[in-house]
Design a protein around this ligand. Structure first.
Ligand code: ADP
Ligand code: MG
Length: 755
């Protein structure tokens, strides 16, 4: 039974809280001001946005092949197409024609500036704008754009990360036109810019971006896959890697976002007690899209379509305020340019709707993070998807060949694939029981798993011994279900009927890196495959049988990578260890594989990275890792000392005053024992967070003295980062103790549920 005194206390406390909340509202606590603003946004949904008919706007702002045809002399147009198809050099003369055509089209569309648009290793895209305008020397001006400006440009790029390749004193990096990705017009409220997709390379020819190595990997897979595909069909002379990227993201109200320094500076909440309702009811995934969010999506789709990004899918995701969009798949270079562009657009359009888009892999601890599923397959010039099971035994052997080679490549190079998705932000997501683990494995689905078992079995071996019976040995592949029900969502790399889906890629990543690695390892595997098959053919074994022999061997060799069970379970970690699969949880150590002699050789042989480029990339990724942690640590320190601790102390003083008052009234200790308890607990947690913030600062200083980049990154990971969780834990305790009206940061329930 509660005592009467206690009851009086409760009433009293409630009055204090109500009063102070009222007071705080009027003093405009920045959090309440933000909540109030966000609530207004919630009710004032922009009704101006309507879905435009895709067929009317698609590609409107792209210098498409069709537009080129209109603006170019016929012969130049034909030569250009051949050059793009065959990857040939584009002559000076041709470039001059194209530059004039592009300029004419752009100026007709109200464009005043142009830029080379490239993807430096910072992870975003970069631009340097130049005006078409040039003084003519006679006091007037002309609009000028030459082949030189189209083909090559020298941005002052000494401040882009280059891993020591380009010393800052000889800061010569240049951008060079990528004719395989069309130029486009990027519109903002401040004007229109002609953007020319380019690669970014150093003066000495080493690549400084994501695109150049990707283009080389695309060439490598084309060559290797075409040679193998010709075993089956001589008319195949080109294989294109295709990619469809599903992009997950969170939306948060802009006003609330601006009241959270951690979101602003690091893209994720570094504190915050999970709201009583999170995603446990799983009601968001199937729920209707809120009107304000829908207006955003429609606006985004209109803008994306104009830029030729074929956005098709939109839906809610599992966590509250989490959504997904996905375009139709495209040729891989284009798909990646489009995804990079889409991420820019998402941010730009969000602001118009008073939203901020969060592309971080883990903005909130306690609900699901975001990924970027990379759906990948190989398609021939004859229109055949090499990863789609065929109807005839011969087509099935072709399918099995590419299917099994991909599995074998992932098995052999799982560590490279793991490294390709490593980042400080993805570390929060991988293995966090909601996303694929850091262990790379492949899910095939029961039907295909059984088929591989059968192909490998002794029974088949017997059947195909006499090669006349070869085709009986290849099991018929039933029509695969393409629906969601048969899917294992816990797998990092899953076969989904006619493509592989690399799900471990982080939502903020540039897919170029994982796709460079995937295409490289499959190319290397196909080259090895062809060598083995050719060797058998030389020995007199019939071609189809030789292929089947090697396929069977690969199925056997790569078994350990196949896993159909629950990838989130603890048992899997144990089993995977027993199978000898790696489980590298942190980024700095997972990156080691980039600079092993085997990896260096692999990339060098395929012409993707030379040794210096591999080493430079390794260093940039490590540097990026520790810098991100460094920023997070600083933000935690600042917010703890300048916002959280002061708010707690103010509330604590109020409690102390209250205790004094009760004492003055002559009441006994039982009248204020709860307050005393609160006062003590607040003291305890405030002391811990201030102490830990200081210890973390020391740890940071110590780590900064380490010269070796790998060692420094590891130090940040192992001696700085553990403070984050400890501080967060204690801050979250305080959040629950302290008067809601005094809490300075928008709470997770506000961030997640006001939209
Ligand atoms: P789900 O969420 O069920 O995985 P979505 O429809 O959201 O599927 O996304 C599937 C993605 O895979 C889309 O971008 C789609 O265009 C792409 N895709 C489909 N077929 C291929 C293919 N052959 N190669 C590459 N991507 C493909
Ligand atoms: Mg998917």
């Amino acid at each position: 039974m509660k005592s009467r005194i206690y009851h009086i206390f409760e009433m009293f406390l409630e009055r204090i809280i109500t009063n102070s909340r009222y007071k705080y509202k009027n003093m405009s606590n920045s959090r309440f001001a933000a909540v109030e603003e966000a609530t207004k946004h919630h009710f004032n949904v922009s009704s101006a946005v309507t879905s435009e008919r895709a067929i009317h706007i698609f590609g409107k702002n792209v210098f498409t092949t069709a537009k080129m045809r209109d603006y170019l002399p016929k012969s130049t147009f034909n030569d250009l197409n051949t050059a793009i198809d065959e990857g040939n050099q584009i002559s000076r003369e041709m470039a001059e024609f194209i530059a004039q055509a592009m300029k004419a089209w752009a100026i007709e569309n109200g464009v005043s500036h142009y830029t080379h648009w490239f993807q430096p290793l910072t992870g975003s895209t970069a631009e340097k704008h130049d005006a078409f305008f040039e003084p003519d020397g006679d006091g007037g001006a002309i609009e000028k754009f030459t082949a030189d400006a189209l083909v090559q440009q020298e941005p002052d790029a000494s401040s882009f990360p280059n891993g020591g390749i380009r010393n800052t004193f000889e800061a010569r990096g240049y951008t060079a036109w990528d004719p395989s990705s069309p130029a486009f017009i990027y519109e903002t409220a401040a004007g229109k810019t002609l953007c020319i997709p380019t690669v970014f390379v150093s003066y000495t020819g080493e690549s400084l971006d994501y695109k150049a190595p990707l283009l080389k990997a695309i060439a490598a897979i084309d060559k290797a896959a075409t040679e193998v595909a010709q075993y089956f069909d001589k008319s195949i002379d080109k294989v294109t890697a295709s990619l469809g990227i599903e992009q997950e993201y969170f939306l948060v109200d802009l006003a609330l976002y601006n009241a959270r320094p951690d979101l602003q500076l690091t893209g994720r909440t570094l504190f915050g007690h999970m709201s009583a309702k999170g995603q446990q009811l799983e009601d968001h995934y199937f729920g209707a899209i809120p009107e304000r969010v829908l207006a955003y999506m429609v606006d985004l789709e209109n803008e994306a379509l104009k830029l030729g990004i074929p956005l098709k899918t939109r839906h809610n995701e599992v966590a509250p305020s989490q959504f997904e969009c996905a375009p139709m798949f495209e040729e891989i270079n284009l798909a990646i340019d489009h995804n990079q562009l889409l991420m820019n657009l998402m941010e730009q359009v969000a602001i118009r709707h008073n939203f901020k888009v969060l592309l971080h892999e883990k903005p909130y601890s306690g609900v699901n993070g975001s990924g970027k599923h990379n759906n990948w397959s190989l398609i021939t010039n004859t229109g055949v998807n090499l990863l789609s099971p065929g109807k005839t035994p011969k087509n099935n052997l072709m399918f099995l060949t590419f299917f099994v080679n991909t599995i074998k490549a992932v098995f052999e190079h799982a560590d490279l694939l793991r490294a390709s998705i490593a980042s400080h932000s993805n570390d929060h997501r991988l293995g966090a029981n909601e996303a694929p683990p850091a262990i790379i494995s492949i899910f095939l689905g029961s039907q295909l798993d059984e088929i591989l078992e059968e192909v490998e079995s002794a029974r088949v071996a017997k059947k195909v011994k006499a090669d006349a019976n070869l085709w009986h040995g290849i099991p018929k592949i039933p029509d695969l279900k393409l629906d969601n029900t048969d899917r294992n969502r816990t797998s990092p790399f899953a076969f989904t009927g006619n493509k592989f889906e690399f799900r471990a890629v982080g939502s903020s990543a540039n897919s170029a890196l994982p796709m460079t690695v995937l295409n490289a390892i499959v190319a290397a595997q196909l080259i090895e495959f062809k060598n083995e098959v050719d060797k058998q053919i030389k020995k007199g074994i019939k071609k189809d049988l030789a292929i089947l022999n090697v396929v069977r061997k690969y199925i056997k060799d790569s078994k350990a990578i196949r896993f159909e069970g629950n990838g989130y379970s603890e048992e899997w970690e144990i089993e995977a260890a027993a199978r000898g699969l790696s489980n590298i949880k942190s980024t700095p150590k997972s990156l080691d594989v980039y600079v092993t002699p085997e990896s260096i050789e692999l990339f060098e042989t395929l012409g993707i990275y030379n040794k210096r480029e591999s080493e430079a990339r390794h260093e940039i990724l490590l540097e990026n890792f520790f810098k991100k942690l460094q920023i997070e640590a600083r933000v935690i320190g600042d917010v703890v000392t300048s916002q959280i601790a002061p708010a707690c102390i103010i509330y604590q003083n109020q409690l102390i005053e209250n205790v004094r008052g009760l004492k003055d009234l002559g009441l006994g200790k039982e009248a204020y024992s709860s307050q005393l308890n609160y006062i003590e607990r607040i003291s305890k947690h405030v002391n811990i967070i201030l102490e830990k913030a200081e210890e973390m600062r020391q740890a940071r200083k110590k780590s900064n003295t380490i010269e070796d980049m790998r060692e420094r990154a590891i130090a940040y990971d192992e001696i700085v980062k553990p403070f984050f969780d400890e501080i967060r834990y204690n801050v979250n305790k305080l959040e629950k103790l302290v008067d809601d009206a005094k809490w300075p940061l928008p709470k997770l329930r506000e961030l997640l549920f006001i939209h």
